[in-house]
Design a binder for this molecule. Structure first.
Ligand code: FAD
Length: 380
């Protein structure tokens, strides 16, 4: 089918199937067995998009994906943006473990795990970091000892985002304590309902509990749930991080239109002749917008360059959030109560949340190390 024909068909289908309530305020879902849908249209949209495989547009259709080419994906994203349709599904399944299983999993593993991700039935979390292994991830100590056809896992993972809501977890575990630290690691996936898994939410200063510590106490995991060969977990795990970093860096599919930062600046800092009145703010916005265009224009596949996108995208977002606070002035200091609009309270929370951007998925310093060594080829 020609791209033009595909565009016409996609446009027509999206017009008919994207519920109106989502076009003004898209609600995000990561799906899963525990998902709730305060706006029922969110689930309707998820189901309709999943029926076409358009929750995972480029995954092969044999695994329930959309089977689209990169060009068709761009057209679909254009058409979604045109009507302000939100992404129907997000989360670690689509952006991290799905692509890793496609690359390293067996056909049986692809068949078992990918279709439920496409349909939003299973929500995943990431078990990488440990109390003594963050930037130096290969120092991880969580053990998986062989016992017949199973591994028996003991240890803990920390900062597991959303573990209390997830159905499955992907983990890096030590399967060979005698091998060198990178070579003794394997990559396994397991159901969070397995006996011996407990999750302890970590309460943050904001009162929410975005993170958990996840404990494994003699958890039996069939060896067939290992992705890749024994001792190759570091290779799988690193590749998955590249997918994660590309996604955090802002290359993760269509985003719903929001008010642009220059529109907000005109509201809060005044405008004359259609221009933002404060010249200092105007100059900083110009820089931010130009950089966003440069980023969007690039289309490299995940590689070590993902460290560049992760570093650049997150530093950029943090700057954007700082700029937003400067624009809002005292209206950017709202937490709750009267006197602050929902937008203003959301902006304050967004600014505070952005502080974690330079840490999650590997810190900015670690990305700079990777860029120096792997992209620029500088000596250790
Ligand atoms: C919002 C958020 C969500 C997260 N979600 C998850 C998750 O779902 N699953 C998961 O497994 N983990 C998750 N993490 C953990 C995250 O991956 C780690 O916090 C991160 O890798 C840093 O590890 P650390 O916290 O142990 O810090 P450390 O490694 O102790 O680093 C402390 C400081 O030292 C610096 N540093 C360390 N080594 C070097 C070096 N070689 N060169 C230069 N500077 C260095 C770091 O940049 C940092 O500033 C999340 C973190 C955040 C903030």
């Amino acid at each position: 089918m020609s791209l033009e024909r595909f565009r016409e068909q996609a446009r027509e289908w999206l017009e008919e199937n994207c519920p109106d309530t989502l076009r003004t305020s898209g609600s995000y879902t990561a799906g899963g067995r525990k998902a709730t849908y305060p706006n029922p249209d969110t689930k309707i949209w998820l189901d309709r998009m999943a029926s076409r495989g358009w929750t995972a547009p480029t995954w092969p259709s044999e695994y329930s994906g959309g089977g689209l080419s990169p060009d068709e994906l761009r057209v679909l994203e254009d058409e979604m943006r045109r009507i302000n349709a939100p992404a129907p599904l997000g989360g670690h399944g689509l952006t991290m473990i799905g692509p890793a299983i496609l690359e390293f999993g067996t056909p049986d593993q692809c068949m078992e795990h990918l279709p439920p991700i496409v349909r939003g039935e299973i929500r995943w979390c990431q078990g990488y970091s440990e109390p003594g292994a963050g930037s130096d991830l290969a120092s991880l100590q969580c053990r998986a000892d062989e016992d017949g056809d199973d591994y028996v896992i003991n240890g803990s993972k920390i900062w597991t985002s959303g573990a209390n809501e997830a159905d499955w977890i992907f983990c890096l575990v030590r399967t060979d304590v005698n091998a060198s630290k990178h070579q003794g690691i394997s990559f396994v996936v397991l159901d969070m309902d397995s006996p011996g898994v407990t999750v302890s939410p970590i309460e943050l200063i904001s009162g929410s509990s975005e993170f958990c510590q996840t404990f494994f106490d003699n958890v039996r995991v069939p060896k067939r749930q290992r992705i890749g060969n024994p001792g190759e977990g570091w290779t799988v795990g690193k590749r998955l991080l590249q997918y994660e970093r590309s996604s955090i860096g802002g290359r993760g599919g269509p985003r719903q239109k929001t008010r642009t930062i220059d529109e907000i600046a005109k509201d809060y800092c005044g405008a004359s002749n259609g221009k933002i009145a404060r010249t200092d703010i105007r100059d900083r916005i110009m820089l931010t917008i130009r950089r966003s265009f440069e980023e969007a224009a690039s289309n490299a596949a995940p590689s070590y360059l993902s460290s560049f996108f992760k570093y650049y995208g997150t530093e950029q977002n943090m700057r954007r959030q700082d700029l937003m606070m400067d624009i809002l002035g005292s209206q950017g200091l709202g937490w709750d109560g009267e006197g602050f609009s929902g937008f203003e309270r959301g902006s304050t929370r967004g600014w505070l949340r952005s502080k974690a951007n330079s840490i999650e998925g590997g810190t900015s310093e670690v990305q700079l190390n990777i860029i120096a060594k792997r992209v620029l080829g500088l000596p250790d």
